[in-house]
Design a protein around this ligand. Sequence first.
Ligand code: SF4
Ligand code: SF3
Length: 547
Amino acid sequence: MSMFCFQCQETAKGTGCTIKGVCGKTDEVANLQDLLVFVSKGVSVFADIAAKNNLKTPDADQYVFEALFTTITNANFDPEKITARIKQGFLVRENLKKQLEQAGVVIPQDLPEEARWISDTDARIHAQSLIVGILTEPNEDIRSLKQLLTYGVKGMSAYAEHAYNLGYENEGVFAFMHKALVATTRKDILADELVGLVLECGKFGVDVMALLDKANTETYGHPEMTRVELGVRKNPAILISGHDLKDMERLLKQTEGTGVDVYTHSEMLPAHYYPAFKKYKHFAGNYGNAWWKQKEEFRTFNGPVLFTTNCIVPPAEDYIDRIYTTGAAGYPGCKHIGTDADGGKDFSAIIEHAKKCATPTEIESGEMIGGFAHDQVFKLADKVVDAVKSGAIKKFVVMAGCDGRMKSREYYTDFASQLPDNTVILTAGCAKYRYNKLQLGDIGGIPRVLDAGQCNDSYSLAVIALKLKEIFELNDINELPIVYNIAWYEQKAVIVLLALLYLGVKDIHLGPTLPGFLSPNVAKVLVDNFGIAGIGTVPEDIARMIG
Ligand code: SF4
Ligand code: SF3
């Protein structure tokens, strides 16, 4: 075994990648990511002490959410970038210590190892990275809970960063992030306390998604019902992938008037739903499907691709020179566009690159519809309520989450197409690509697939559910005609799941497989208390969920 990682749904054999990641992550990068998480926890130890003494720690907050985002599945494969972040962590930690000393705060002597380890050379960093991994926690259940909590905080970090990039912060989220990470350093912590923290993580998951929703909608307007082109135009173009709307805005502004079009890929599709982006005439459409099909689709796109976040598939030699990264994303050999001293980003290199490339080859045509976040659905509320009352809509099926390359995910296409005509799918995240191009029709003008947006817009689905609960005067969210069949892949899906559990949602089906990081006992806690279940066959599950 040269590494150990079991944080995503595609982990080898459902138990852990031990030689190389199924995602393409090398053992070197996996071990460096373990060390980056370890160092982040050390920073959080001091930030947590500071918070308890009413001291603000903006540098530490930013460091921890950026560092953890870097370790999310398919975000960053670059050992040099990860090593640089590890080194940065030591500096942030030393500055924090000084800040505490200057404020007269007594630093405890019995600090965890995460807060004590110091290194200055790459060789020592690499040596240390081999011995700080997940398996250092010997108890299977405690390890499972510590990782579940860590993955929840990783997902939270990603959403906190997007909000931060738009100038929105929530100190409560940062304080919880540090508190949770400190808890995972404790050798004496018991399962009950960790279970409590996992549930509390869900509360802050709701908070961070609400914050990001506010950031996105106050900055770019409320998503509205939108038809998105799937075909191509005649200009050279840039494809933008990932989740960061600030980068989307920068790219649209900088490409305006250059003769270069901009297309969205995968999780950036929902950018089309925001009013602020509709004014850009060169904002062409969406190209391709979910992240895992990028090898074929990037070849035919012909132009450069900008990754603002995950999910990167290790690029093939014939197009790696067209891949650019920014923010938390990174891949060795790909050009990274960093932030200027004034906080801006200069995309001129990618724009010049696009001008020299052939125009995109058309792989699809037509259009698809989306933009059903909470505000748009509330505008349709009367129609929706009437349809429920008349029985035209029998059930809503939340099918949010992630897509992935496993063949077993064909289940979701079959499930969507075999659902009875009186059901409406509520979706968010890249899971939608399994069924958003099926012609499932509408119910009295309400499309049968309502796409709220990116994975973080699962928050919108919760807001819609809470509104329906109010309209129908119900006591419990579980009395609504809504069932949950969620597909997960990476750690943002973990925070979405914890947020739904916090909101009291029961009987969520999670697939295509349950997380490998859940020990049998921890899985049992989720099954017994929340009715979490896996998936079965499509007919069985439709019978079970729809009746
Ligand atoms: Fe394996 Fe997933 Fe970890 Fe990649 S992120 S190494 S596929 S568990
Ligand atoms: Fe997709 Fe990676 Fe999770 Fe944001 S882009 S949902 S998998």
